[in-house]
Design a protein around this ligand. Structure first.
Ligand code: FAD
Ligand code: SIN
Length: 528
């Protein structure tokens, strides 16, 4: 079956929904999400959205903080453009009913690496507030169709399906094959926008939702697009350590209100790692400090102490965190919270400009799946909702022309199931999922060595062979397709980490402890 639309947006988080709402209403827009909206990492965001709204702050200050966190690898032009558009994004959001605390220049939150209280938020439920409103707004628009439980499998490049549409040597994206129920539907569009988020599920411990499996990055990579700097995977220093509540973030904003990191005996340890900025040092430093303390004491967690704050303050300002930790019996005003660092944000991604445009005509990549150069080697907290929102706006505003007749008339062949058979033993997929995530956690974590990376690559190569065989012989299921994407992304992360012969930002390779003076990007393409 084939469905046609002007603009196909794959992903219903901050990037995808902002883009959809900003697209002129004369275009038919289809949003696909593999799970029900509101969803994605966007839904989980706690701290907020960084933007300059106070006269005492400035674009230059925000830029400087971003560059410092990014360890000299931030693309200044890109960062200036995104940061300068922060105030406009805040006002556009406000027009859609999303007014954040601090939007009028006061009351913004503080986070690590920021020199000013510029993190705009809605209590510690910023993401939920934003995504619920964006989704509601999209549902009101007559030009927007939302299809949930729709899993994009592969992009459709003209080089494979419609050679006549290749333009001046560049490939062109024609849409995507999408699994809906047991059918694979061919979606054809003039522009396809990947807004599929990150890939935290590559790791055993992650702050991300189960849907963060790097699908867009893997799809673009398979279609021949370059993927950049994937060795920079950000670990959030403070996720709750508890068997019954995995993947639960304890927002950095709590450290912004004075919460301290302590070991088993209650001793504060950040003074040994960054005596100036202490708990508000950039995330790479804080996560490595916790990792190092855990290794030193042979424990699997440390603690975040917020007992200087009253119950009223915690419940009033951090309702999400307070109710979350209380649900597992912890009273944060009385006792320190056990925490562990966890995979949080994919700094690298598909090479894209700030409006999402890529090497492939008709394909945009926006939000966490993209790599614009904004974050350099380490993302400053709360800069990603900003980037996702700004990219959404710029992407939407760049659609000016009507859909060309040859695209409207286009037909491509349907998905072929060949002789594929149903998966009889789901243990095969479950086991591979678990081993992939263990390999990545044990060998490709916060601190890396060549030996561990090489071992990880060997194991992942074997896994990739099995997964590929299943892909060609079994009927498609979401779990199996996600595993395939995760395997692709994991191998890209490891190969990128092996290529970077230095320590910079989030990349800490013990065999190469120096930092290079020349800043280079790690770029991988499918046939490289
Ligand atoms: P997402 O919001 O992750 O959305 C991805 C969408 O793609 C989803 O709708 C998903 O269903 C869909 N999708 C994925 N694959 C497919 C597929 N194959 N087919 C169809 N649909 C697909 N950043 C900040 O700036 N401030 C914060 O306070 C903050 N807090 C965070 C807290 C947590 C716990 C986490 C995990 C992240 C946080 N971040 C924060 C990061 C930030 O939330 C994300 O980077 C940002 O929301 C990403 O937005 P996105 O639109 O790119 O992707
Ligand atoms: C947090 O609230 O600590 C997360 C902020 C972010 O990831 O940007």
């Amino acid at each position: 079956m084939t469905r046609k639309t002007d603009i196909l947006i794959i992903g219903g988080g901050m990037a995808g929904l902002t883009c959809a709402l900003e697209i002129p209403e004369r275009y038919a827009v289809t949003i696909l999400s593999k799970i029900e909206l509101p969803t994605g990492s966007t839904f989980l965001a706690q701290g907020g959205l960084a933007a300059v709204t106070s006269e005492d702050d400035s674009i230059e200050n925000h830029l400087r903080d971003t560059q410092k966190a990014g360890a000299g690898m931030v693309d200044e032009t890109v960062a200036r453009e995104i940061i300068s558009m922060g105030p406009e994004l805040v006002s556009v959001l406000s027009g859609w009913g999303i007014t954040l605390e601090g939007a009028n220049g006061d009351g913004g939150g503080m986070e690590g690496g920021h020199s000013f209280r510029r993190v705009l938020h809605y209590f510690d439920q910023t993401g939920r507030f934003i995504s619920e409103h964006l989704a509601d707004e999209c549902r009101k628009r007559t030009n927007i169709t939302i299809i949930e439980d729709a899993f994009a499998i592969n992009l459709i490049p003209a080089s494979r399906e419609a050679l006549s549409l290749l333009q001046k040597g560049s490939d062109r994206c024609l849409g995507a094959y999408v699994l809906i129920g047991e059918d694979v539907v061919t979606f054809l569009a003039r522009e396809t926008v990947l807004a599929t988020g990150g890939a935290g599920k590559t790791y055993r411990y992650t702050s991300n939702q189960d849907s963060s499996t790097g699908d867009g990055i893997a799809m673009a990579f398979r279609a021949g697009l370059p993927v950049r700097n994937m060795e920079f995977y950000q670990f959030h220093p403070t996720c709750l350590y508890h068997p019954d509540k995995r993947n639960f973030l304890i927002t950095e904003a709590l450290r912004g209100e004075g919460a301290t990191l302590v070991n088993e005996s209650g001793k504060r340890f950040m003074e040994y790692y960054d005596s100036q900025r202490m708990e508000l040092a950039p995330r790479d430093i804080v996560a490595r400090a916790i990792d190092s303390e855990m290794k030193h004491y042979g424990t699997d967690h440390m603690y975040l102490d917020a007992t200087h704050l009253s119950r009223d303050f915690l419940e009033g300002h951090f309702p999400e965190v307070t109710s979350g930790v209380m649900s597992v019996g912890i009273e944060p005003w009385n006792e320190p919270i056990p925490i562990v660092p966890a995979a949080h944000y994919c700094v690298g991604g598909v090479v894209a400009a700030t409006d999402g445009s890529t090497e492939m005509i008709g394909l945009r990549v926006i939000g966490e799946a993209a790599s614009t150069g904004f974050h350099g080697a380490n993302r400053l907290g709360s800069n990603s909702l900003l980037e996702a929102g700004v990219m959404g706006l710029l992407c939407a505003r760049s659609f000016r022309e009507d859909t060309p007749a040859e695209i409207k008339a286009l037909q491509v062949r349907d998905w072929s199931f060949g002789r594929a058979e149903p998966l009889e033993e789901s243990v095969l997929v479950d086991h591979s999922w678990a081993s992939l995530r263990s390999v990545m956690w044990d060998y490709v974590g916060i601190v890396k060595t060549d030996k561990r990376l090489r071992r990880a690559l060997k194991l992942l190569d074997v896994l990739a062979e099995e997964v590929e065989e299943d892909y060609w012989t079994l009927l498609p299921t979401v779990e199996q397709l996600e595993l395939r994407n995760l395997t692709t992304v994991a191998r890209i992360i490891v190969r990128s980490a092996l290529k970077r012969r230095e320590c910079v930002g989030l990349h800490y390779l013990m065999d190469c402890p120096h930092t290079s003076h020349i800043k280079t990007d790690t770029i991988l393409k499918i046939n490289m």
